[in-house]
Design a protein around this ligand. Structure first.
Ligand code: PHB
Ligand code: FE
Length: 322
């Protein structure tokens, strides 16, 4: 099941094959084929999805690129599917699923992302803050697509951990957050506790984020992970949760479409304004829309045991009973 790639086509792009899937691109679209079908996705949307799956190591649970194509993480191995969570594809029996070793599918996605991303297009950026993904092959943007995801071991600001952002470190304040105060808390530490105490201004930190829809871990307390992110335009993927997630809207507004994870049936439309808190169940999929850049805190439990605990009935799909 090795990854194979072809010589560049007329537009200068390679095709990639892994298992039963083949991926090719032209000036406007990615085309995906599998033994029982084929599918197209606009190339800018495809690259935004692939970028996130690569940067997040396939994330929690299911990453739907659209209503048809996506991946399901089993933490070590991963499924790639077509039509698996789409009622019509399942009824017509043209859905397809294949399991891959994590590293094998990751190698395919990483090579595809690099070959298909043109100079000037940043799949992590908001549409108004980047160039076009369309057209014939034109250079690359490897600096942008290989950004390291921020993953604090304890907390941003502690010695030896992720550090706060500044103009000097290459993170200017985003145009939408010019009104966000940039002062930092004064911290006076008792001698002997220097490596255990820190504090930082989370709003200032987020105002300097250069990416959208990319939760980063700013603090970790055992399995409890604070993963704030700045959002603008749409979450490119439709995320199928495999655990409960808490959302705290820190600024502005995001609207969410919430559907049944497996069938796609509509479950809710949620409007979150600054200060709102939502508990997203473990059996849904959701996609968010942010008309203006906003700040969202995603609170995750990172334990790999949770999907199994839910399957065994040891953990609920609802974080809270009212
Ligand atoms: C989510 O699926 O919970 C999610 C993913 C990316 C974000 C925000 C929320 O930026
Ligand atoms: Fe989610």
């Amino acid at each position: 099941m090795a990854l194979t790639e072809t010589a560049p086509n007329e537009q200068g792009y390679k095709s990639f094959s892994v298992g039963g899937f083949t991926f090719s691109r032209d000036e406007y679209f990615a085309t995906i084929t599998w033994p029982t079908g084929d599918h197209q996705i606009r190339i800018d949307e495809w690259l935004r999805c692939i970028q996130r799956d690569v940067a997040w190591g396939f994330f929690y649970g299911i990453v739907n690129f659209d209503q048809v194509i996506g991946t399901m993480n089993h933490y070590g191995n991963v499924d790639m599917f077509a039509g698996r969570f789409n009622d019509a594809y399942r009824k017509a029996e043209v859905d397809y699923n294949e399991n891959f070793d994590h590293d094998e599918l990751m190698a395919c996605f990483t090579a595809m992302l690099s070959d298909w991303t043109n100079e000037g297009y940043d799949p992590f950026a908001a549409p108004m803050e980047t160039g076009s993904a369309y057209g014939p092959n034109n250079g690359n943007n490897d600096d942008a697509i290989t950004r390291e995801r921020v993953v604090a071991e304890r907390m941003v600001g502690l010695a030896g951990d992720e550090q706060i952002r500044s103009d000097e470190s290459g993170f200017p304040v985003n145009r939408a957050f010019s009104d966000v105060a940039q002062d930092e808390p004064a911290v006076e530490i008792e001698p002997g506790y220097e490596d255990q105490v820190a504090a930082f201004n989370l709003f200032a930190y987020l105002s300097r984020s250069d990416v959208t829809w990319n939760p980063s871990v700013v603090s970790a307390c055992k399995e409890s992970l604070y993963c704030p992110t700045t959002e603008e335009f749409t979450l490119p993927v439709i995320h199928g949760n495999d655990r409960v997630e808490w959302f705290v809207q820190l600024s502005d507004e995001i609207q969410w479409d919430v559907e049944d994870r497996d069938s796609g049936a509509k479950r809710a439309r949620v409007t979150m304004k600054a200060g709102d808190v939502a508990a997203m169940p473990a059996d849904i999929r959701h996609q968010g829309y942010s008309a203006k850049r906003s700040m969202l805190l995603v609170w995750e439990n990172g334990s790999n045991r949770i999907p199994e605990m839910i399957a065994k009935g040891e953990a609920s799909v609802h974080p809270v009973e009212f």
